[in-house]
Design a protein around this ligand. Structure first.
Ligand code: HEC
Length: 305
């Protein structure tokens, strides 16, 4: 007990500290403790400020992330002759140059260094074709074809799928011409190209229509149905017909859409009940009554056509 006291006495005796300055090192830990404790209190007190983000959270408009298709008529896309993959024709290369000059050079630069005006400020920047490093897909013909076909998602490099196989292959040679690398194409590359993209096969591109236009077409068509239905609805004043009808509007719309051959009409009238606006009375009617109803409808339809 006495020993312990002597030990602490030494420590508490400040004269010792001044005699032997190295002892400050020990005391400094206590100081650190208080400093960190004080910082902790300030941190907890100001925690709202630490978490406050001066830049408001921005969520991209999900409607704009959706990419609509272009309006295009269907067309035939010619496959490339297999021998042209290794030895492109003059005409192919010329076309490739033209596409590069008009489309790609705005970002990738006239000499492929990635220094085009439209590429400034893009992150990641457009690829410098004269450099070997940093390629995401790679530099083989199959890899460059993949880049052109699919683009690099999330970057300025969009898909150029609409170019024909021979144009995409020509672009590979144009890209290669910027570096001093040889544009070697192995049989394995060709097999890979053919397996993934069927480049030698001619195929039909189906026509496409942007959603906006498709929707307005649907609206127009349904407006047409609506006007026709209205004119039919005005003609539906025969008492015999009306006794079998529950909802005049639904029934007129049904008539516009239904084929007007009497046999099928009877079937449709029963199948689509009650959506087509006929009443249960029609379902329960005798065959004779049904026939008369259909005859009258037929006569009326002829009048509206
Ligand atoms: C709007 C600007 C822009 C245009 C136009 C553009 N590119 Fe790109 N391209 C980029 C960007 C940005 C990258 C880099 C993407 C990355 O690093 O992920 C890139 C990368 C590439 C790559 C390298 C892919 C890889 O493996 O890293 C190739 C090849 C390429 N582009 C070819 C073309 C061709 C050919 C055209 C014209 C048909 C074209 N680009 C048009 C912006 C563009």
């Amino acid at each position: 007990m006495k020993k312990l006291f002597v030990y602490f006495y030494d420590e508490i005796d400040f004269k010792q500290v001044f005699k032997n300055p190295k002892r400050w090192v020990g005391y400094s830990f206590i100081l650190f403790f208080f400093v960190i404790f004080a910082l902790g209190i300030v941190y907890l007190d100001q925690i709202d400020q630490f978490y406050k983000n001066p830049i408001p959270y921005f969520e991209p408009d999900s409607a704009k992330l959706f990419k609509d298709v272009n309006l295009s008529l269907g067309r035939k896309v010619e496959g490339v002759k297999i021998e042209y993959i290794k030895n492109p024709t003059e005409a192919m290369l010329k076309r490739g140059e033209e596409i590069f000059r008009t489309t790609c050079s705005t970002c990738h630069g006239e000499s492929g260094k990635g220094d085009g005006i439209a590429g400034k400020g893009l992150n990641p920047p457009p690829r410098d074709f004269t450099k070997k490093d940093g390629w995401k897909n790679g530099t083989s013909i199959a890899q460059i074809y993949k880049t052109l076909q699919e683009g690099i998602p999330g970057t300025g490099m969009v898909s150029y799928e609409f170019l024909s196989p021979s144009e995409k292959i020509a672009l590979f040679y144009i890209i290669k011409s910027f570096s001093n690398e040889k544009s070697e194409v192995s049989d394995k590359d060709i097999a890979e190209l053919e397996a993934n993209y069927k480049v030698t096969q001619t195929y039909e591109l189906p026509p496409t229509i942007p959603i906006g236009i498709a929707m307005s077409k649907i609206v127009n068509e349904s407006q047409e149905v609506q006007t026709k239905a209205n004119s039919i609805s005005n003609l539906l004043n025969d008492n015999y017909i009306m006794q079998f009808i529950e909802d005049k509007e639904k029934f007129s719309a049904f008539l516009v859409n239904a084929k007007r051959t009497p046999n099928e009409l009877e079937q449709l009238l029963i199948q689509n009940y009650p959506l087509n606006g006929v009443s249960s009375k029609f379902i329960l009617a005798t065959n004779q009554e049904k026939q008369l109803f259909i005859e009258k409808i037929k006569l009326m339809s002829i009048n509206t056509n």
